[in-house]
Design a protein around this ligand. Sequence first.
Ligand SMILES: NC(=O)c1ccc[n+]([C@@H]2O[C@H](COP(=O)([O-])OP(=O)(O)OC[C@H]3O[C@@H](n4cnc5c(N)ncnc54)[C@H](O)[C@@H]3O)[C@@H](O)[C@H]2O)c1
Length: 259
Amino acid sequence: MNLDGKVAIVTGGAQGMGRAIAWRLAQEGADVVVADLRQEGAQQVVEEIVGAGGRGLAVAVDVRRQEQVQAMVDAATGRFGGLDVLVNNAGVGKIIPFLETTEQDWDFMFDVNCKGLLWCSQAASRVMIAQGRGGRIINLASQAGRRGEALVLAYCASKAAVISMTQSMALALAEHQITVNAIAPGIVDTPFWVEVDKQFARLLNVPEGEPKRRFTATIPLGRIEQPEDVAGVAAFLASADAGYITQQCLNVDGGSWPS
Ligand SMILES: NC(=O)c1ccc[n+]([C@@H]2O[C@H](COP(=O)([O-])OP(=O)(O)OC[C@H]3O[C@@H](n4cnc5c(N)ncnc54)[C@H](O)[C@@H]3O)[C@@H](O)[C@H]2O)c1
């Protein structure tokens, strides 16, 4: 998976899966822009990457804001001279029953998970098209996008939209040799699931930690997913070996889907 000479942006790179993906791409030789709402978190990841001999740049971005997204892409090309890989990892989720879902909840999840993904993909692909050397866009979907869940309507819908957007973008960008794929993780041990566990616990009236234990017990491979499980697949999709794969959503969920 040699990514020497490649330039990558990872959104939501300050923690969780984004952090692991940024690390892995840097280990494979890429120059990595770690972009996040939380500038200090992104800066810390970059310092770790640079400390290990890699090259990185931290950028503060709210992916919902087109002008900030454009500034992020400009910073990447300004510092590293081009752009080859975009990982649309920034995402948010809340556990809210169908009847209690508000306009604010709906907008929050769709604004970050879908609208932000669109702005980042547009800005990155304009650069990739102009460069004329192809490119890779990798979107973080979810097993939640594969099916409905009574307590998770808006998040499931937003991740189903990510899978659909992946397909449309792949077709729109194929003539430029830009591949677009998604990864659908299962239950990943990140700060995200700490919050999700709390929200499920409140709704199911069980102690904190119990929802995570229950859901993990259903995973065929018998353990909770680690961010590194996803990072390796992202690195593969960014690599030359994945050059003929596009419009796909890879389930990386320990065998949970379909079931
Ligand atoms: N953890 C899971 O079980 C799981 C499962 C399937 C899919 N996912 C998806 O994978 C991705 C990463 O998940 P995670 O568990 O690492 O999440 P996380 O909450 O641990 O980290 C997400 C990062 O995104 C950043 N972010 C949030 N909103 C942003 C915005 N508007 N602009 C820029 N950055 C923003 C946060 O600051 C944070 O650093 C998300 O898209 C999530 O929906 C997570």
